[in-house]
Design a binder for this molecule. Structure first.
Ligand SMILES: [Zn+2]
Length: 237
């Protein structure tokens, strides 16, 4: 595991295609996202190898119901006894993973075929907790509804740590802040509005940002996102 800031690790044992995070607080451990279905053993092994008892994982927060974020959630829930939480609107995708289809029509049959492979076969999981925008979780994480990439996508803000867990509202692949890919983003207008919301409503509350995809921004993250938003909306005017 790789320490990002005190209390937050990236479980880099799953590689760097997608990131999942471990948040440590006084009530125990919280996982944010759950990798691909095939990442289950890598995540469990990483916890044990780093001295974390599996039962100390109390909560698994899913930013959205994509295969690379909810993949191992069902088995992680069983192995740790943790509760699983997501935005109320995203519940249906966790319970019925096949409902998450690519935005691009031509991609859908290919996707349906891929889902038959074991490494892409997401087991359904019933969320124990359903969140709404603005809710503060026991960890001190504030749920920020950032729809667009998926209808119930959330980011998570921790004001004391000046940390934003972005999920896929934005990615930072190759060190370039970008909107989520159009192929898998059914509502790009809302995806843009969500980034605007992060910048305008919470832009003074964080310096560090971590992403589902791409390297963390360890300083000036809000300035970078604000700059992106100004450019995004000025080019449209
Ligand atoms: Zn993703």
């Amino acid at each position: 595991m790789k320490l990002i800031i005190p209390g937050l690790w990236s479980i880099d044992e799953i590689g760097d295609t997608v990131h999942c995070y471990l948040f440590e607080w006084q009530g125990g451990l919280t996982l944010i996202d759950a990798g691909y279905p095939g990442d289950i053993h890598k995540i469990l092994d990483a916890l044990v190898a780093n001295g974390r008892a599996l039962h100390s994982v109390r909560r698994i927060i899913i930013t959205h119901g994509d295969i690379d974020h909810v993949g191992a959630a069902a088995k992680l829930k069983r192995a740790t006894g943790a509760v699983v939480g997501c935005h109320s609107v995203e519940k249906v995708l966790l319970e019925h993973p096949s409902k998450r289809v690519p935005a691009a029509l031509w991609m859908r049959p290919i996707w349906a075929g891929m889902r038959l492979l074991p490494q892409y076969n997401v087991l359904p999981v019933t969320p124990d907790e359903l969140y709404v925008d603005g809710q503060t979780l026991p960890e001190g994480l504030i749920v920020v509804h950032t729809p667009g990439h998926s209808p119930g996508h959330i980011s998570l803000l921790h004001r004391q740590k000046r940390l934003l867990i972005v999920g896929d509202a934005l990615n930072n692949r190759g060190g370039q802040l970008q909107l989520p890919p159009a192929l898998f983003t059914p509502d790009m207008t809302n995806a843009q509005r969500s980034v605007w919301k992060l910048a305008k409503k919470y832009g003074d509350d964080f310096d560090v940002a971590v992403f589902g995809h791409g390297e963390p921004l360890l300083q000036n993250a809000s300035h970078r996102i604000k700059a992106m938003v100004s450019q995004m909306f000025s080019t449209e005017l």
